[in-house]
Design a protein. Structure first.
Length: 106
């Protein structure tokens, strides 16, 4: 179990569907992506760091990522960036921290 929390920062494993949705709404509401240079206007839903939201269908080019300034980032101690193009916190954590990626693929 030890490793789990570093992967599942949002604690979705312990949630029922309703709580999962509630937390997603909370994340989306606080999300700063719409003010980010990388963001493409009209893309939704944001809150790309949240598990299962998925990457953006519209964003193709990575510019700056302002996730570091987001309250969600601080609250849940997130550790990755560019969730819109690279996949959620959980997904990137699985790739790097569990798959033992050293000097990763990016
Ligand atoms: S950390 Fe980034 S993707 Fe997640 S809610 Fe904040 S701005 Fe949006
Ligand atoms: S995930 Fe990061 S790079 Fe992508 S739109 Fe949000 S703040 Fe910008």
């Amino acid at each position: 179990m030890g490793k789990y929390d570093t992967i599942d920062r949002f604690g979705i494993d312990k949630m029922n569907k309703e709580d999962y949705q509630k937390r997603q709404d909370y994340v989306t509401k606080k999300c700063k992506c719409q003010g980010c240079p990388t963001y493409v206007k009209g893309d939704a839903p944001t809150g790309y760091c949240y598990p299962l939201v998925g990457t953006s269908k519209m964003i193709q080019w990575e510019k700056d990522c302002i996730c570091g300034t987001c309250p969600v980032y601080k609250e849940y101690e997130l550790s990755h960036t560019h969730y819109c193009t690279r996949c959620s916190q959980m997904c990137q954590a699985l790739k790097t921290e569990v798959a033992g990626g050293q000097g990763g693929s990016g």
